[in-house]
Design a protein. Structure first.
Length: 87
């Protein structure tokens, strides 16, 4: 910044995601405090589409409810889609 302080909010990824969801209206009338969100809070909320992923995802990684097309390691999210939005 050429010796000048940066102006604006600093936030980690999970807080940024929460702010985007909040700006998009996902939380409705609830007043979520995004500063207290963790990665687990982001993926545990019951805001995701839980239908089976597309066929190409199922072929690439059968049994995984997420769509992971590439990679040797499987991303497992404990308690995925289990937490209702609260106020």
């Amino acid at each position: 910044r050429y010796g000048k302080p940066a102006v604006g909010e600093s936030m980690v990824c999970c807080v940024f995601v929460c702010h985007m969801w909040k700006a998009g209206g996902i939380f409705g009338d609830f007043s979520e405090n995004c500063g207290e969100f963790t990665n687990a809070d982001d993926y545990r909320l019951t805001i995701f589409n839980t239908t089976m992923p597309p066929e190409m995802c199922q072929k690439a990684d059968p049994g995984n409810p997420l769509c992971q097309l590439l990679g040797d390691n499987v991303l497992t999210l404990n308690d995925y889609h289990t937490k209702d939005i609260f106020n």
